[in-house]
Design a protein around this ligand. Structure first.
Ligand code: PNS
Length: 173
């Protein structure tokens, strides 16, 4: 039952989003059905050198969600530092992560338990993308694109354009 005094539930969907794919969009849409608002948090540091800069990755997520029917419920931010600390500061109810296959499970389980240790009040919720995107990852999209494959149906149109521009610039340099 909902009423006006009930507090709104915020979920944080963190990730590298290098770049955002249709699998990520599927997760964002699903999360908006469970939570009042969803903050997509794009991590600055992604370990190795990212394909797209932090600013570009944030912009690509913003562009991907801006014309979606659920866009009113979605905010896109960049972040640096400890995810659990940010989730506590934002009073988030949950951290949302995608699970595609068993291979994702160990890393995700470890991360969820560590985040719970750091922020006891924040749950991790795992969602599965639409079946058509279960095999997708940003890494595999980049690899296919770099080697000349067609990724136009795997990423939002604005991301596809950005990948093409980036590859063209790499070819020139
Ligand atoms: O899309 P990714 O690369 O799987 O996302 C991983 C991410 C960014 C969610 C994770 O590395 C993260 O939360 N980084 C922020 C630093 C942090 O809190 N690390 C401890 C996680 S238990």
């Amino acid at each position: 039952m909902t009423n006006e005094t009930e507090s709104t539930k915020l979920a944080i969907y963190p990730g590298s989003f290098d770049p955002v794919t249709n699998g990520h969009l599927s997760l964002i849409e699903r999360a908006t059905k469970l939570f009042d608002s969803v903050t997509v948090a794009v991590a600055r540091s992604v370990g190795k050198e990212p394909f797209f800069s932090h600013e570009q990755r944030i912009r690509l997520v913003e562009q991907a969600v801006q014309n979606q029917p659920y866009s009113d419920q979605v905010n896109v931010i960049g972040f640096d530092g400890l995810l659990a600390a940010m989730a506590t500061r934002m009073k988030a109810a949950a951290i949302v992560r995608g699970l595609r296959a068993v291979s994702d499970f160990e890393y995700e389980f470890q991360m969820a338990l560590m985040n719970r240790k750091q922020a006891r009040e924040v749950e991790t919720v795992f969602l599965m993308p639409a079946l058509s995107w279960v095999y997708l990852s940003s890494t595999i999209v980049k690899d296919v694109a770099i080697h000349g494959g067609d990724v136009s149906e795997l990423v939002p149109p604005t991301t596809y354009e950005a990948i093409r521009e980036k590859l063209a610039a790499m070819e020139k340099s």
